[in-house]
Design a protein around this ligand. Structure first.
Ligand code: ATP
Ligand code: MG
Length: 222
């Protein structure tokens, strides 16, 4: 069974033309995939469909064999994380530490096995080099740090697959290097992800499979 299976999936926003026409693809949990294609071709829409934020108008999307549209956002969120293009929109806690700790107790069963919640928070803060910022107000962090903070939160909660939307936009070269190192570490941990990006160099570095969004309702492997 595939981790994700998109089957003959169609989608349109209300009162608009079809964004997707019977699109199909599959992926496994440890795959590292790029979504690539022109502006407005539906990359972000596809991520929202796969996260259950939007519902297909035809066909279906299965996550570990179950229709995403019937799963409920909280349950999907325990399996799959999403780092928005603007990660500030996902930050709400008074401190970096609490941002990662939030919702930990409702993580996937076994996620905390052999590891107390606070150890887990510390582990992921350390993993993404945010320990020194533990007591800072999340909104004061740089964009690159905010990205890593949301990733820390997602992975601490027990998700082992995530989406990142345009992660290289608006970060400088130094932070890009840090993001490179973090994605390498994520790869070494055996986790998979989908990166949505227009930056082909970045996709070449961090993904091994590219899905092209043509903008005419179809997608295909590149
Ligand atoms: N909430 C919405 N309501 C109606 N149409 C929308 C909505 N969000 C996006 N669209 C339209 O759906 C199409 C796909 O948009 P989407 O944002 O998924 O593309 P994208 O590939 O992520 O583009 P970009 O590379 O610019 O981020 C576009 O034509 C867009 O205008
Ligand atoms: Mg987009």
């Amino acid at each position: 069974m595939s981790f994700y299976q998109v089957s003959l999936m169609s989608f349109s926003y209300p009162k608009s033309n079809n964004i997707f026409n019977e699109v199909s693809f599959k992926l496994d949990k440890n795959e590292r995939i790029g979504f690539f294609g022109p502006n407005g071709s539906g990359k972000t829409t596809m991520a929202k469909l796969m996260m259950g934020i939007l519902k297909p108008t035809g066909g279906e999307i299965l996550l570990e064999g179950k229709p995403v549209s019937k799963m409920g956002l909280a349950r999907i969120g325990q399996r799959v994380g999403y780092v928005f293009q603007n990660p500030s929109k996902q930050l709400f806690a008074p401190t970096v530490w609490e941002q990662v700790a939030f919702g930990l107790s409702m993580g996937k069963e076994g996620a905390l096995e052999g590891c107390k919640p606070d150890e887990r928070v510390n582990y992921w803060l350390d993993f993404f080099e945010l320990s020194d910022a533990s007591w800072q107000f999340p909104h004061y962090l740089s964009r690159g740090q905010k990205q890593r903070l949301v990733l820390a939160q997602v992975l601490a909660r027990g998700a082992d697959f995530f989406f990142m939307d345009e992660p290289t936009v608006g970060i400088d070269r130094l932070r890009l290097k840090k993001l490179d190192q973090c994605l390498e570490a994520v790869k070494d941990s055996g986790r998979g992800y989908i990166i949505i990006s227009h930056d082909m160099d970045f996709l070449r570095r961090h993904t091994e499979r590219l899905i092209f969004f043509a903008g005419d309702g179809t997608v295909r492997e590149l």
